[in-house]
Ligand binder design. Structure first.
Ligand code: ADP
Ligand code: ZN
Ligand code: MG
Length: 336
């Protein structure tokens, strides 16, 4: 018998008006390369300046998931080459993220479970490559959009738990109003890390990372396929050959995962502190302000049960998405 082990990385775009290191607009869907400047085009001599709103939103997320908010955090350069990354490095956080050691609670089959959040760090998004028949185009409107990368502990034990975690996270982001978390527009993207192990074993086995999943259904299907593939490999005595640390892509037509590339170790990114940016200092005033967060899904659920006499199970459905909860509260406000 096997146990499934899943850890999720979510990249969510923070809904600031301007980019994280320049004053270009983050507006989506406009004509290509119209929201660019020397900084996000990486022209020589340009310098990044940190957007305070992005910091504020990141720490309010930290407060919402009961995390440690680091009073000092540092930006690093993550070096790699890609056409939509004009500097040939991405500014991210590495050793000291702004948020770490948080938690989130999910309900699956009537059981409440705590999922650890390892860290949440600020970074910039890349641009977008558009591949056409015999050529490719690069749109840098998205380059420099603020992202919060939220990394979970490998605490999830099924595709159902993974989806429950993502839905909870999604609604927390929406209630905090720190991200549109629009999956179609790519402002909430998930990488799923999946491994299996014999039940009772506590060590972690080889993980496969499935990149850029952008719908709850695809995430569920990708994990299910991957678990089955790994179990089959184990049972056929081919685990060592067929389950290797790699990045895979989910084929949304065939519902299978396929190898994309072998997984880089962090050493290959040659991280080092970005000398163009100062240490990020979160002072007590910012911390106190960030802790003023609106009522979150778990609190709403408890209140609906306690004050409105809603059944536990129904309350869970109401808070499962931001839209449901808003609709429910609008009805209450209208006197229903
Ligand atoms: P990377 O950027 O190299 O993918 P991160 O630390 O950002 O590394 O993310 C690693 C993710 O993989 C985390 O969510 C973690 O919980 C998960 N993870 C690590 N080891 C395993 C494993 N053996 N099985 C499943 N998930 C794992
Ligand atoms: Zn710019
Ligand atoms: Mg990863």
């Amino acid at each position: 018998m096997f146990e499934v082990v899943i850890g999720l990385e979510v990249h969510t775009q923070l809904n600031t008006k301007t980019k994280i290191f320049c004053s270009c607009s983050t507006s989506f869907g406009d004509e290509a390369n119209t929201h660019v400047c020397p900084t996000c085009l990486a022209l020589p001599g340009s310098l990044p300046v940190l957007n305070k709103e992005a910091v504020r939103k990141a720490i309010s997320f930290g407060a919402a998931v009961n995390a440690t908010i680091n009073k000092r955090s540092v930006f690093n350069r993550k070096n790699y080459f890609y056409p939509d990354l004009p500097k040939a490095y991405q500014i991210s956080q590495f050793e000291i993220p702004i948020v770490e050691k948080g938690e989130l609670f999910i309900d699956v089959n009537g059981e409440k479970k705590r999922i650890g959040i390892t860290r949440a760090h600020l970074e910039e998004d890349a641009g977008k490559n558009i591949h056409e028949s015999d050529h490719s185009l690069v749109d840098l409107n998205r380059a420099g959009t603020p992202l919060l990368e939220i990394v979970s502990e490998p605490d999830l034990r099924s595709s159902d738990e993974a989806v429950a975690y993502l839905k909870k996270l999604h609604s927390i982001l929406r209630f905090l109003n720190i991200s549109d978390a629009n999956m179609q527009e790519g402002s909430f993207r998930c990488d799923a890390n999946v491994s299996i192990r014999p039940k009772g074993d506590s060590k972690l086995y080889t993980r496969v990372e499935i990149k850029n999943l952008n719908s709850f259904r695809f995430i569920q299907k990708a994990i299910e396929f991957e678990v089955e593939r790994q179990i089959e490999a184990w049972q056929d005595d081919k685990y060592e050959q067929e389950v290797v640390q790699e990045t895979r892509l989910f084929d949304t037509a065939k519902f299978i995962t396929k190898p994309m590339r072998s997984k880089e170790d962090s050493a290959e990114y040659r991280y080092f502190p970005d000398p163009d940016l100062l240490t990020v200092i979160v002072d007590d005033k910012m911390l106190a302000a960030a802790r003023q967060i609106p009522e979150l899904p778990d609190q709403k659920k408890a209140r609906y049960v306690r004050e409105l006499g809603v059944k536990e199970k129904d309350a869970e459905i109401i808070i499962s998405t931001y839209e449901n909860a808003r609709f429910f509260e609008d009805l209450i406000a209208a006197g229903h």
